[in-house]
Write a protein that binds this ligand. Structure first.
Ligand code: NAI
Ligand code: MG
Length: 481
């Protein structure tokens, strides 16, 4: 594209440039060409947003839950109606294969729909004390909530973080990642179109250290949801903590995918590939990036896996490949560096390792076999199509290896032995366990990490807990008081 479209900040129901007039460009990672020029929010813009959000909250908290739910339903419908256009925009902005972008848009709609249905079911309890007291709890919204969103599932994560916030009566200030700001702005515009009051959903693209930090550290923000790297998550939590602002962190993983000899072979191979290669080129917090294979099936399993991985197509997301480009030159650089580290630690990969000689941030899906669980490629989040294979000989060793990592987001097991599957689920340190299917679950299933993978839960009914605070009211109704 010769010219790029201009995009502004969505603050208090209006699209406006940033106060500084600064902008940044977002690229199509398949071509490395800019596709949009976007206003860059900074501290002054965040101040202005939070101030108007405060006025918006004053009215929004009084809007009936029924009406809030209706608006959320309307937004879900509007997103679905625009599915094709939004999916194409998403693919061009972040690179993922078009069918996955479509699924992400549907996921976003589904979050608004799911939480629409919950908006009028968020209620407290009545607690029996004694004859002379009435006691009850109310679940109140936090107020102004900030959603700091990464680049790997831009539109999907807008739904995941914003929908429960709004359903519970909060207002939202979403800060999409600087690599992928476009789809969040579209959702904000659709929200206005379907009748959300101005200032209930604000969208402020900008750089992390500027817009993100100003938002996380703003004294009038009442809740922060962050998804991204451990390092940035800790920074965000410290900023929030300076104001005693609650924060929940979703920080990625190095998740173990454990395959036993009694597993259905075909299912296990297919899911091992989905877990790390064909879902967003491995740029997924819940990727199965460590494959733990039992020694009895190791050779056969890795032969079959390598054969299929070699056949995966790599190309621009709009061409519907198996694996699209990585999101940015930084991410490309990081993954290439880890492939070099892998070569030093274990030698040549059994498949992949090549960087296609073309424009765009492409990497061939890569499998390293014979990996020591203590090596860097087994311990550190690569966030790309690179799989580390580790061999084990019994159940205890599998659990030990699975847990011997700082992260604890998800874990998967492939086995026909029910007892073993549930023993694993009990012992493994992770917030979500998959049995005989990777990426199982939906918007209904609570999601979040153990250990360095974060705290707080998103998705499902649990997310409402992250976006409400409980008030207890106790009244003495005794006649003799
Ligand atoms: P990041 O964690 O720095 O960025 C995520 C979001 O945080 C973006 O919106 C960014 O603008 C914002 N941000 C950055 N610095 C900030 C600050 N000081 N204060 C407030 N907000 C800030 O992640 P990055 O650098 O894009 O990717 C680096 C690595 O992080 C990846 O290679 C991957 O390992 C991991 N990551 C994990 C994700 C997950 O889903 N858990 C998503 C994206 C990245
Ligand atoms: Mg982009």
């Amino acid at each position: 594209m010769g010219t790029t479209e201009q995009h502004e900040l969505l603050i208090d129901g209006e699209f406006r440039p940033s106060e500084s007039g600064d902008t940044f460009r977002t690229l199509d990672p398949a071509t490395e060409e800019p596709i949009g020029t976007v206003a860059a929010a900074k501290e002054a813009d965040i101040d202005r947003t939070v101030e108007s959000a405060s006025a918006a909250f004053f009215d929004w908290k009084k809007t009936s839950p029924e009406e809030r739910g209706r608006l959320l339903y309307a937004l879900a419908d509007a997103i679905r109606e625009e599915k094709e256009r939004l999916a194409e925009l998403e693919t061009r902005d972040c690179g993922k294969p078009i069918s996955q972008a479509e699924a992400d848009v549907e996921g976003c709609a589904r979050y608004f729909e799911y939480y629409a249905g919950i908006a009028d079911k968020i209620h407290g309890d009545s607690i029996p004390l004694d004859y002379d007291h009435v006691d009850y709890t109310i679940k109140e919204p936090l107020g102004i909530t900030a959603q700091i969103i990464p680049w790997n599932f831009p539109i999907n994560l807008v739904g995941r973080t914003v929908a429960p916030a709004l359903a519970a009566g909060n207002v939202a200030v979403a800060k999409p990642a600087e690599q992928t700001p476009l789809s969040a702005l579209e959702v904000g515009e659709l929200a206005l179109n379907v009748g959300f009051p101005p200032g209930v959903l604000n969208v402020v693209p900008g750089f992390g250290a500027e817009a993100g930090a100003a938002l996380a550290g703003h004294p009038d923000v009442n809740g922060v949801s962050f998804t991204g790297s451990v390092v940035t998550g800790r920074t965000v939590a410290k900023l929030a903590m300076d104001n005693t602002t609650p924060v929940h962190l979703e920080l990625g993983g190095k998740s173990p995918n454990v395959v036993f000899p009694d597993a259905d072979f075909e299912t296990a191979v297919e899911n091992a590939i989905t877990a790390i290669f064909t879902t967003n080129a491995g740029q997924v917090c819940s990727a199965g990036s460590r494959l733990l294979v039992h020694e009895d099936i190791h050779d056969e399993f890795i032969d079959e896996l390598a054969t299929r991985v070699a056949e995966l197509s790599v190309g621009p997301g709009m061409d519907a490949p198996d694996v699209g480009p990585l999101v940015s030159s930084d991410q490309h650089e990081k993954v290439r560096k880890f492939i070099d580290i892998g070569r030093e630690e274990v030698g040549e990969p059994v498949v992949g390792g090549e960087i296609p000689d073309r424009e765009g941030y492409f990497v061939r899906p890569t499998v390293f076999d014979g990996v020591d669980n203590q090596s860097r490629i087994a311990q550190e989040e690569i966030f790309g199509p690179v799989l580390s294979v580790i061999t084990f000989s019994d159940e205890n060793e599998a659990i030990e290896l699975a847990n011997d990592v700082e992260y604890g987001l998800v874990a998967g097991i492939f086995t026909e032995d029910l007892g073993r599957a549930h023993r694993f689920a009990r012992e493994v340190e992770a917030g979500q366990i998959y049995i005989n299917e990777w990426f199982a679950g939906g918007v209904e299933t609570p999601f979040g990490g153990f250990k360095d993978s974060g705290f707080g839960r998103e998705k499902g009914l649990e997310a409402i807990e992250s976006y409400t605070q409980v008030k207890n009211v106790c009244a003495n109704i005794g006649a003799d008081r």
